[in-house]
Design a protein around this ligand. Structure first.
Ligand SMILES: CC(C)(COP(=O)(O)OP(=O)(O)OC[C@H]1O[C@@H](n2cnc3c(N)ncnc32)[C@H](O)[C@@H]1OP(=O)(O)O)[C@@H](O)C(=O)NCCC(=O)NCCS
Length: 179
């Protein structure tokens, strides 16, 4: 997709909304990354065109926003990030979900991409708080969210059903006052 669709650019990656045109690239990345993603990501794996269509459909309404983080040099997708369960009114809050892929992880793309997303969420989307829930054993995700500026708020036992069991999660959050 063209650079014109970017919402924000950093030095190595850019942020844009996910598009139905991402189907083939997205499914290929998710197929090659099944081992990386399955212990940590909730929901069905997005490894078929049908699963992709169901995934993007959720972003048609106002409660979920879906993004991809793209390499600036090639335009290729390096990661995905969603803001889910957006509550407006006196909360202006949403829950962040994200992943990199087997071929893109460990290069700093997600750190830069999530920083762009936080700025976008607190700017154009007028959110006040973003939350991220992370399993205690997911060290790469904990490292990432700390680098992006989130603070640990608490611990939620049996928080979410992932990979066949109810998993404890740490609750991390950032508010607009913290950036
Ligand atoms: C969680 C996850 C997104 C973290 O991604 P990541 O690749 O570690 O994050 P980045 O892209 O920002 O890369 C940063 C890492 O690359 C390293 N790195 C290597 N070269 C780098 C460079 N040129 N610039 C910056 N960082 C670089 C950093 O040191 C850092 O590693 P560290 O945390 O061990 O210090 C990824 O591991 C993932 O997708 N996991 C599976 C799904 C998942 O857990 N999702 C979250 C559920 S809560």
């Amino acid at each position: 997709m063209s650079a014109a669709s970017y919402l924000a650019e950093g030095s190595h990656v850019a942020l844009r909304r996910i598009s139905r045109r991402d189907r083939t690239e997205f499914v290929t990345l998710n197929r090659e990354s099944a081992e990386l993603l399955s212990p940590w990501m909730p929901g069905k794996s997005i490894t078929t065109p049908e699963a992709f269509d169901a995934y993007v459909e959720r972003f048609d309404g106002p409660a979920h926003e879906g993004f991809v983080i793209c390499r600036l040099d090639t335009g290729a997708i390096a990661g995905r990030a969603n803001i889910n369960n957006i509550v407006r009114g006196t909360h202006q809050a949403g829950t962040l979900g994200y992943c990199a892929y087997a071929s893109t992880t460990g290069r700093g793309y997600m750190t830069e991409g999530l920083r762009l997303l936080v700025q976008y969420a607190f700017g154009e989307l007028r959110l006040h708080r973003l939350e991220a829930n992370i399993q205690p054993a997911n060290a790469p995700s904990l490292n990432l969210i700390k680098r992006v500026g989130f603070q640990r708020e608490g611990y939620s036992p049996n928080f979410q059903f992932i990979n066949g069991a109810w998993r404890d999660h740490e609750r991390w959050a950032i508010t607009v006052e913290m950036v």
